[in-house]
Design a protein around this ligand. Sequence first.
Ligand code: TGC
Ligand code: FAD
Length: 388
Amino acid sequence: MRTHPFDLFAIDGLLTEEEREIQRTVRTMGERELRPQVAQWFEDGAIPARELARELGKLGVLGMHLEGYGCAGTSALSYGLACLELEAVDSGLRSLVSVQGSLAMYAIWKYGSEEHKQEWLPGMAAGEKIGCFGLTEPDAGSDPGAMRTTARRDGSDWILDGTKMWITNGSVADVAVVWARTDDGVRGFVVPTDTPGFSAPEIKRKLSLRASVTSELVLEDVRLPAEAMLPSARGLSGPLGCLNEARFGIVFGALGAARDCLETAISYVGDRTVFGRALASYQLTQQKLADMTLELGKGMLLALQLGRLKDAGRLTPEQISLGKLNNVREAIAIARECRTLLGANGITLEYPVIRHANNLESVLTYEGTSEVHTLVIGKALTGEGAFR
Ligand code: TGC
Ligand code: FAD
């Protein structure tokens, strides 16, 4: 008899019936509709983004933790569990949902005018409209304060110029939330992607997050009306407030990728015979499985603690950094260790393990690199900022 790694921690008992139900629903949809196709999408480096967005909209996961405007209004913890189940299929699918719900929709929901919300949120919740979030630039990633994209006044209009880089959903987006430098500091702009001067060439030749659209955003004299600016976001705290939301989803999501690798490895070592016995029966194998189970379970307990804090309105950015740093770091270690257990089979797309491991390279870097989150925690512990 085999016990599931999460059952050793009695994780299910820490969830409410509603949370378990949401998790089951997303898992079932992911296994039925997404998993059978995802290796091919990854191999092709192309996803049917519009179709996927509509399916995910029907499932109710786009902006699911936001209230009103067609959003489901679930708990943050339920949103985390949905991210976990989506990332168990592929980090790219969770990315689509994170960027849509936690970055583009959240920016409009939190900082937008009533007109912005009415215009964009219901369509985005339904997956009819796709959003992207342009913060990173070719020379400003970890240090978004170094951004060069500008927005200047021309009469009452705004003119945006600059380049954003590595933008998820960029080429398929209907709307881009773009952060730019103004005379009044960093401000956010709601940019319909059919505005003249806006283009979004797709970035090709990625070996990670291949089942996800990643693009450059090029803004050349993009003229927007005065009301395109998000009225309630001032300074870098605007975009960083959105990142808190997306990072929270990754705290859970990364564990989904890790769980999928570990489940795959446990099944594989039970079937694989080496030197006349099941690979599962060797002490070295069992040590790997036990160590990975410990890290997976500890990561889940941390995620649940952060989820409860978020639902109580008490989660701080430093705590999110603890979760993002730990859970992505451990997830990628688990993916790589599982890869060893699968031997040569571990390097093919016949199994999900190398796909997850490669995807997690991006997850380790985006939404704040592991080094950035280390420094956030270091600053919390010492009171000394060591970023610059
Ligand atoms: P610093 O001087 O510390 O702060 C500037 C202002 O921002 C406030 N702040 C925050 N507000 C809300 N949430 C947070 N987490 C915040 N962190 C800081 C801060 O209080 C201050 O406010 P004010 O009112 O005094 O102006 O900023 P810094 O320039 O020293 O930089 C700090 C640092 C390095 C931590 C930050 O810039 C950072 O997090 N860098 C990483 C950038 C990053 O994560 N980019 C992600 C881009 S989006 C993406 O990757 C999407 S991936 C797709 C997917 O999610 O699937
Ligand atoms: P850099 O900032 O140049 O960092 C390079 C290295 O230097 C890293 O190891 C970093 O940790 C280290 N470093 C940086 N600062 C310090 C320091 N103070 N001390 C020590 N070491 C340091 N961005 C968006 O805005 N929107 C998106 O939708 C989006 N999607 C993405 C999708 C993918 C697939 C990827 C890969 C990235 C995406 N990004 C997105 C960009 C992502 O947020 C950035 O790549 C990330 O913030 C790191 O920036 P960078 O790549 O410029 O690396």
